[in-house]
Write a protein that binds this ligand. Structure first.
Ligand SMILES: [Fe+2]
Length: 283
């Protein structure tokens, strides 16, 4: 029998959609325990999802898949077509990890929830993506106030199944390790946010999304067209504030997928505290 979960260990804030659902909170805590106990290199234990949770995955992943055909950049679709996630049930991290690792050498490892910034980005340098496993509450399938398995797997794992994105995530992780000051990590995080989380590119005569945050949000994947779309500018990204709790009002679009890839590779490959100072000195 599994050990009882200390009720305070994985508390939810009062405004979380699952706050007043004790069964959801208990199951979510049980799932988080798997991530908390996980040690890198161990087999990833399966977790039990409820029928309601499988239904959330089915509804959200079906809706997102059709929107991706309209709004996702081509390279994301390459990754999604290689990974071929299940559509009728929440995938186990074990199977996603095996598939992604076989495709690009990236690992997907479980964590109990948000991890420290340096831990999350630093793991990317080892081609390891740290993923939550719980899923949003069934009462609001198209909204989550925090990263959940929909965001991690439909957003990030589909990207990581593309060798192009997998390499970009790795150089981003390496850049984060050279960002030793708080300010250079903050600048790095902003660039990551406005690119790999919420980036868009001009492609085939339209603005297409490549950021995992856009590609995993049923609402925002359409609403991003209402955002103010500014031209590609790393200095502007580095100094732009953002609020994770709302749709992003400002996005940055690369002129092409290749421009994004070339510029981000160059930026991440040479990024360190000194490069951060030089970037900010452009003001
Ligand atoms: Fe993310």
């Amino acid at each position: 029998m599994a050990a009882p979960i200390a009720p305070s260990r994985f508390e939810l804030p009062e405004d979380h959609p699952g706050f007043s659902d004790p069964a959801y909170r208990a199951r979510r805590a049980r799932i988080a325990e798997v991530g908390a106990a996980y040690r890198r290199g161990d087999p990833i234990p399966d977790v039990t999802y409820s029928a309601e949770e499988d239904e959330v995955w089915r509804v959200v992943s079906t809706e997102l898949a059709s929107k991706h055909r309209k709004y996702a950049c081509g390279e994301y679709l390459v990754g999604a077509d290689r990974l071929v996630l299940p559509t009728q049930r929440v995938p186990q991290l074990r199977e996603v990890d095996e598939r992604v690792h076989g495709l690009t050498g990236f690992h997907i490892n479980p964590v109990p929830g948000l991890v420290p910034t340096r831990t999350f980005y630093g793991s990317l340098a080892e081609r390891t993506f740290l993923s939550t496993q719980y899923i949003r509450h069934h009462s609001v399938p198209f909204y989550t106030p925090e990263p959940d398995i929909v965001h991690e797997i439909i957003g990030h794992a589909n990207m990581l199944a593309s060798p192009v994105f997998a390499d970009l995530y790795e150089v981003a992780g390496q850049a984060s390790l050279r960002a030793t000051t708080d300010i250079s990590l903050d600048v790095f995080s902003r660039i990551f946010w406005f690119t790999l989380e919420f980036g868009v590119v001009h492609e085939d005569g339209a603005v297409k999304a490549y950021g995992a945050g856009l590609l995993s949000s049923y609402g925002e994947i359409e609403a991003f067209h209402d955002a103010e779309i500014r031209p590609w500018d790393l200095f502007a990204m580095a100094t732009q504030d953002y609020d994770i709790t709302h749709y992003q009002p400002v996005l940055f679009a690369a002129a092409s997928f290749q421009q994004m890839l070339t510029d981000l590779h160059a930026f991440f490959s040479s990024y360190d505290d000194k490069a951060c100072d030089q970037l900010l000195a452009q003001q």
